[in-house]
Design a protein around this ligand. Structure first.
Ligand code: NI
Length: 135
């Protein structure tokens, strides 16, 4: 079994400012103001409530990696991100266990440029693997 820790739930939204206000209405507070990720062409911010961390992701242009997903799923959660202290080992483990990488490991500007990679699994959908801030 992998020693992964849930870091956040990724949530697609059409309009990030309006979404933030709605989440705040439910009692969430902003823990990371909106940051533009120019690799993925998305606006991202992080909110927290009761120990749960939600990442709001909103495509900024039609060539954003999540533009198609938003059109298909509308406003909805779409991935769970898992933090690992041994990124390379766990990444290889997932690749050997039916997970398919859908991008290359790249720094995430909204997460202090920590390395992340997205994978998909036919029985599970999309997951994000994030290098631990302590590793
Ligand atoms: Ni994420």
């Amino acid at each position: 079994m992998l020693a992964l820790k849930v870091h956040h739930i990724g949530y697609l939204v059409k309009k990030i400012d309006k979404a933030v206000r709605s989440f705040e209405h439910l009692g969430y507070r902003i823990v990371q103001e909106t940051v533009y990720d120019d690799i993925r062409k998305v606006d991202i911010c992080f909110l927290e409530k009761d120990g749960y961390c939600i990442e709001l992701v909103s495509p900024v242009s039609e060539d954003s990696v999540v533009y198609g997903l938003l059109k298909r799923y509308k406003n909805s959660p779409y991935h769970i991100c898992y933090e690992t202290g041994d990124f390379e080992k766990d990444y290889q483990n997932l690749l050997s266990n039916g997970f398919i990488a859908i991008d290359e490991p790249t720094p995430a500007p909204a997460l202090q440029d920590r390395e992340v990679v997205f994978l998909t699994n036919p029985s599970m959908g999309m997951v994000e693997l994030l290098i631990s801030s302590r590793s």
